[in-house]
Write a protein that binds this ligand. Structure first.
Ligand code: PGA
Length: 231
């Protein structure tokens, strides 16, 4: 109705997103952004701990992340699978192994994201669950820096499959076959239940719910979470 339209004519929508979602989130926002040109979208791209701090302060209405904190009253919509894979340089001897044991791989130098990264936390949890002590040889502050370092032969790394090209060979990288991998994790869109969502935020959620499945499937290796956002 007219009042609702007015609420979408101008305004601001603040969203926080963990770094790994930068590979597809701007794309997902496209149709909403084109339909409501008067809504200024601010997308903050940070690591997991920085996004948690933003949620604590209430900086953003929506956040996209794999590991939502349990100490805040959050609504969670698992909207997309986030498989975590182990990568090595293309052509590395390990790429010929099948279903390698994680414990065998742990002799390789591990390249990890910085402390505060959800990707790093999820990898550490998985290692600990198997009783494997595999401290990083090097910490790098971005997914792209890790890809370059792996390609340069400095080590192997756990990264979201979404950070890689559909065919990682084109980037000089290979996904290793390791028992228990990919780790099957999910990204959630989250928002604080103790705050009312603005009309732009609700409209964006409806838009994503309507389009997500169709949008992500052509990429082949993505199985979207087909669930609906909680209301
Ligand atoms: P991050 O992302 O490693 O950039 O913190 C983690 C996530 O996917 O939630």
């Amino acid at each position: 109705d007219a009042a609702a339209l007015q609420g979408l004519r101008r305004g601001r929508l603040r969203i926080a997103a963990v770094t790994t979602t930068e590979y597809f989130l701007p794309d997902l926002l496209g149709p909403f952004a084109r339909q409501y040109p008067g809504i200024e979208i601010e997308l903050a791209v940070e690591n997991r701990n920085a996004v948690v701090a933003r949620l604590e302060r209430g900086d953003d209405e929506l956040a996209a992340m794999m590991l939502p904190p349990s100490h805040l009253p959050l609504a969670l919509w698992p909207f997309l699978e986030n498989p975590l894979v182990i990568i090595a340089p293309a052509g590395h001897a390990l790429t010929r192994r099948r279903r390698m044991k994680l414990a065998e791989l742990a002799a390789e130098p591990l390249l990890a994201r910085e402390v505060g990264s959800g990707t790093r936390a999820a990898a550490e949890q998985a290692f600990a669950a198997q009783g494997i002590d595999w401290p990083p040889r090097m910490a790098l502050g971005s997914n792209e820096a890790i890809k370059h370092a792996v390609r340069a032969g400095l080590g192997v790394a756990v990264l979201s499959r979404h950070t890689l090209a559909p065919d990682p060979m084109t980037e000089g990288l290979a996904v290793l076959s390791v028992a228990g991998f990919p780790l099957r994790r999910q990204w959630h869109l989250v928002w604080r239940k103790d705050r009312a969502l603005s009309l732009p935020a609700r409209t964006l959620l409806d838009d994503l719910r309507a389009r997500l499945q169709v949008k992500m499937q052509p990429m082949g290796w993505v199985a979207p979470g087909a669930s609906s956002p909680p209301t």
